[in-house]
Ligand binder design. Sequence first.
Ligand SMILES: [Mg+2]
Length: 274
Amino acid sequence: MGLGAHRHGSGAGGRLGPSARARREPRCHAPLAPVLFLPVGTTFDVVAFDGDDTLWYNERLFAEAQAEFRALLAAFHPAEWIDARLEEAERRNIPHFGYGIKGFSLSMIETAIELTEGRIEIRDIRRILDVTKRMLAADVQLLDGVRETVAAVAASHRLLLITKGDLRDQERKVEQSGLGPFFEHVEIVSEKDARTYSAVLRRHGVPAERFLMVGNSLRSDVLPVLEVGGHAAHIPHALTWSHEVADPPPRGHPRFHSLPHIQGLPGLLRDLQV
Ligand SMILES: [Mg+2]
């Protein structure tokens, strides 16, 4: 019996012999072929971005302010000593003031009082306050490729922005960046640790393994996310505050991804597609 006869016969409920069924097999599979061309599933429900030095420049403002602070105290101490004492004060004060420009400013004032044994002039305190206000009013400058990349990823994923620092300053930067509309939510948190990430994932109903965090800080954007079971993409930035420096996760960690530039993110998402 020829195959042609079965083609018509089977449509009317005719039975096929074993040899005919075997010969028809490729034809039976033919209608499934288009499945291969359907969009493949995304690995992540949510892609979250850090803000400072991931989307926009930040640390260089602190570096510029610190250079002015150093100049202010140059008559009293060498630059390295001033830097070291200011850094100590910043770390010591995080539990009191949190992260951001205002805490940095208070740490500069405290360090100036200590390093001059109380002889700092009022006009120099005023200069520190002026530097602070200038930092808080600085234009937001996006890093290269950020706008196109965030827009491209937003077309296929829910986006979150997770940043720490002064509430008002971070809100201002989100607004000025023009990136706000791409994000489903903006989370401004006081610390980026495993507890914070767990709470954010719960709040947004995202399983950890379907969450990718993108950021420049190993300490804040990578290690705690890996700890709670999420994925993290590290994009190093040229200037990073010493407090954010940490050892990278072990080589070959399956949920750790390293990108030289944010423009590599759509490619990473494609590579990780299921
Ligand atoms: Mg950052």
